[in-house]
Ligand binder design. Structure first.
Ligand SMILES: Cc1ncc(COP(=O)(O)O)c(C=O)c1O
Length: 135
């Protein structure tokens, strides 16, 4: 519950990050994410998503970016500013990586109720630990 997506995402980060915890942010990203992570004491880790890949996070890039300090993966679909939309198969490929890294939580910022992410995220093993699904 919150006054908007910005507050809910910030609350989740502020409540959960310990100093130096890393937050993976597929980039290009919504402009506020890195500063919100930094304000909450975390370390934003920008993971580049190329135009060639539809600006979507690839499973290999996710795998390489995860460290023992990774606390969150931020997922935003449809993405602001790129418009990238993760399909069910995209998400299942990312989930396969996350299953091997059980310490990583998923912060899902889905700006549309009808986003394909919503039902897929609910089926993820990690979904019980998903802190925020916005809105
Ligand atoms: C991806 C994303 N998350 C969060 C927000 C902030 O949403 P709100 O205005 O509900 O705080 C925006 C606003 O543009 C956004 O694009």
């Amino acid at each position: 519950m919150g006054c908007g997506a910005k507050q809910v995402v910030f609350n989740a980060l502020f409540a959960s990050l310990d100093p130096g915890d890393e937050v993976l942010i597929p980039t290009p990203c919504w402009v506020s994410y890195p500063d919100m992570v930094a304000l909450a004491g975390g370390k934003p880790v920008l993971v580049t998503c190329s135009e060639r890949d539809g600006f979507k996070l690839l499973p290999e890039a996710l795998d390489q970016a995860i460290t023992p300090r990774t606390k969150w993966l931020m997922l935003n679909s449809p993405c602001n500013p790129t418009g990238a939309v993760y399909s069910r198969s995209d998400l299942l490929a990312l989930a396969a990586v996350l299953r091997r890294h059980g310490h990583v939580h998923v912060l899902s910022d889905t700006s549309m109720k009808s986003s394909p992410m919503t039902p897929t995220l609910q089926r993820w093993p990690q979904s019980r630990r998903t802190c925020a699904s916005v809105p």
